[in-house]
Design a protein around this ligand. Sequence first.
Ligand SMILES: Nc1ncnc2c1ncn2[C@@H]1O[C@H](COP(=O)(O)OP(=O)(O)OP(=O)(O)O)[C@@H](O)[C@H]1O
Ligand SMILES: Cc1ncc(C[n+]2csc(CCOP(=O)(O)O)c2C)c(N)n1
Ligand SMILES: [Mg+2]
Length: 362
Amino acid sequence: MRYRAGPGVGAAVSVGSLISTRSCSAGLGCRSTYPGRSAENRDRRLIVAPRTVAELGEAGVIALINSDRSQPATTLLGPGDDAAVLAAPDGRVVVTTDMLVQGRHFRLDWSDPADVGAKAIAQNAADVVAMGARPTGFVVALGCPGDTPLATVEALAAGMWAEAARAGGGIVGGDLVQSPMMVLSVAAFGDLDGRDPVRLTGARPGDILGYAGRFGWSAAGLALLEAERTEPAEPIAVHRRPAPPYRAGVAAGRAGATAMTDVSDGLIADLAQLAAASGVRIDLAAARVVDPALTGIAAELGADPRVWTLTGGEDHALVATFDPRSDIPAGWRTAGTVGPGSGVWVDGVRWSGAGGWESFTR
Ligand SMILES: Nc1ncnc2c1ncn2[C@@H]1O[C@H](COP(=O)(O)OP(=O)(O)OP(=O)(O)O)[C@@H](O)[C@H]1O
Ligand SMILES: Cc1ncc(C[n+]2csc(CCOP(=O)(O)O)c2C)c(N)n1
Ligand SMILES: [Mg+2]
């Protein structure tokens, strides 16, 4: 997707060009300044290029993050003012927020900063499309230690922009603070294009359960990383950078899906939320969702591919329910049925126990 430059978007900036050389006074030599750098640094005669966020300073890092970006048409005013302005053609705005905390949601020895940036956008965009909406924009609050290399922040921003382009929105602003570890808090916005939001509450007995994307791959990647393995590469890549099926989500909204959610905590956990919200029972056929490609990997680690598939989170695949009289849209497969009752049933057995990841319990 190509974005045009939006108003308020700064011109191209490189770290080199952020260093402005002040006038040279006789006998004092030339002093280079860095926008936003500390008072202490302002008094030093810096001639080397800054390498960390502390050396470049807040304003410089923000300029770096926003340099050379072009915004989509929905960005009426991009970064640079007190707030951004986004178009909302529908008149209603879909809004969600999700954060990533270093050590809890990612490790920089397991993931590249570009992957972490992409994941932060992906998990938010997945929530927007899970409402049947089209992502229009993101704001990103970033906390990081002062000694974070500028290269890390540049890679983070590159990963965010790559995923934002895939999802269909621009990064229209954010916040930058010092913190003891890296934290990324993203808010995402979306447009319904005149449709009703696809809620958790609309599944009805008789509906068909469908899914788009895949399950268990991120959990497999996490297990491989925990086991200090680097192969096979594919599940590790999925764990580092999930690829939510954005088009399929919007297509489900257009096709009149009765309920939908993205799977962030675990397939069973997220289906259980949907079943409870709709007041229905969901019957899942495990063979339809367990990917045979995971069987060999699980055997090597002494793990169960069914557990990865049914309770692993972070794939950000989509599940939705459809009226049986309507066609399931492109990119969707059937995974089960909706009936009267409650709970999630797998191959005819009611699921009890943990259905996925839960904050504060592990
Ligand atoms: N601090 C909060 N204040 C208000 N509402 C909240 C807060 N945290 C969560 N919620 C709301 O509770 C609901 C469930 O949140 P939850 O984070 O589980 O959503 P999710 O899409 O499943 O997220 P995740 O991708 O983080 O697993 C959402 O509607 C969310 O907006
Ligand atoms: C280093 C590291 N350890 C463990 C995991 C696994 N993990 C963390 S949060 C989460 C689910 C969503 O949580 P939330 O509801 O907080 O968004 C999962 C499966 C990871 N990604 N990285
Ligand atoms: Mg969600």
